[in-house]
Design a protein. Structure first.
Lengths: 200, 178
């Protein structure tokens, strides 16, 4: 049975076809959700919600507009974003919100050893630095350098313009470079050189 | 006067490394001259490579949970049952609303009123003439519920002499003064 036939049958409520789709895409969905959330439990929950949404709305899927995985990915990324926001609201103390300060990173993400046990030095540093990058930029980096999407595809997934997608990726890389590559004194010197050049 | 090098923004250098060459002409000339910017672009190239391998390594290393199809199936079934319950509630509410509207509407009200005015059995008054036989029934009124009617006494077959009609008393004719 081809993918299109399976999807057609699943759209008509065929549970066997739905199960086939679920088991075929479950692993890829979980991995992507894990990279976006850095938490296995949250990723599993989000994957389940995304599949429930997709199967309830499968009649809206149009194969001419793109592959099934692209459609599922949009639902998955959206739910990851909602999950992250809810998680942030639960963890941020009221005093921090009142003061308008930036919410701290999710503690579980930093301590979750599931994805870092087998990483070598540089990869571990990149993974830990990625958790400190802003959520929007991190989404764009994962879609660009893990999923290999073009800027147009990232824009379609994140519901923004291609220029905004490009800016998010660039912003994420700038943040990573500052965390990983540029030492403190060079950052200060670099900023000063730019300011002097512009003033002159 | 020595010209100061105007470095591009960090975002532009990051984009350059990813193939965004929007201002390639001017920026390209600067990058060729500026070791610092070339170093930054090299950093971004390295970062992109490391990012790709790191994300792939993390995704490959994370333990995959077993697919819980039963959980998804349960949520789909619960959703369908909930939708059915909503439909039943909506239809019931609509029917109830329509019944209430009909009960309170003038059309229904007048129909209901007409229902109460359906022919009731009226007992005829006892004739003025003396009854031919039998005593006059005691309880006679204009309207009686059907279950409390008294039988109409039979009309006598004998010829009855009508009572004389009293003369009409006319006022006196006023005298004319003409």
């Amino acid at each position: 049975m081809t993918d299109v036939e399976t999807i057609t049958r699943a759209a008509h409520g065929d549970e066997a076809a739905q199960r086939v789709l679920y088991e075929a895409y479950h692993a890829a969905a979980f991995r992507l959700a894990y990279l976006l959330l850095q938490d296995a439990e949250d990723a599993e929950e989000v994957v389940q919600d995304a599949f429930v949404y997709v199967f309830r709305n499968l009649h809206r899927y149009d194969a001419a507009r793109g592959p099934f995985w692209a459609w599922l990915r949009v639902a998955l990324v959206s739910r990851c974003r909602n999950k992250r926001r809810r998680r942030q609201l639960l963890l941020v103390p009221l005093e921090v919100l009142d003061a308008g300060e930036q919410a701290p990173a999710h503690p579980a993400a930093a301590s979750d050893p599931a994805g870092t046990a087998e990483l070598r030095g540089a990869q571990r540093a990149v993974w830990e630095a990625l958790q400190q990058v802003s959520p929007g930029a991190r989404e764009a980096l994962v879609l660009r350098f893990y999923e290999g999407l073009s800027y147009a595809e990232i824009a379609a997934t994140l519901d923004c313009s291609p220029d905004a997608a490009r800016a998010r990726v660039a912003h994420g890389k700038v943040q990573l470079r500052r965390l990983l590559v540029v030492p403190e004194e060079e950052r200060a010197y670099e900023g000063e050189a730019v300011r002097t050049a512009r003033a002159g | 006067m020595r010209k100061q090098l105007v470095h591009p923004e960090e975002m532009e250098l990051a984009g350059w490394a990813d193939g965004n060459e929007a201002a390639s002409g001017q920026m390209g000339a600067h990058v060729r001259r500026c070791a610092q910017c070339r170093s930054a672009i090299a950093d971004y190239h390295w970062l992109q490579g490391e990012l790709g391998t790191t994300l792939a390594a993390v995704a490959g290393a994370v333990p995959l949970p077993r697919p819980k199809w039963w959980a998804v199936q349960g949520q789909l079934l619960a959703g369908r049952q909930q939708a059915a319950r909503w439909r039943v509630s909506a239809v019931s509410g609509l029917v109830l609303t329509m019944c209430l509207m009909l009960a309170l509407s003038p059309v229904w009200g007048s129909a209901a009123a007409a229902q109460t005015l359906l022919p009731q059995v009226r007992v005829a008054r006892v004739p003025v003439t003396a009854p031919a036989s039998g005593p006059v029934p005691a309880s006679i009124s204009g309207t009686h519920p059907a279950w409390s009617t008294t039988p109409t006494p039979p009309v006598s077959s004998e010829t009855v002499t009508p009572l004389p009609t009293p003369a009409l008393a006319l006022p006196p004719t006023p005298e004319s003064n003409a």
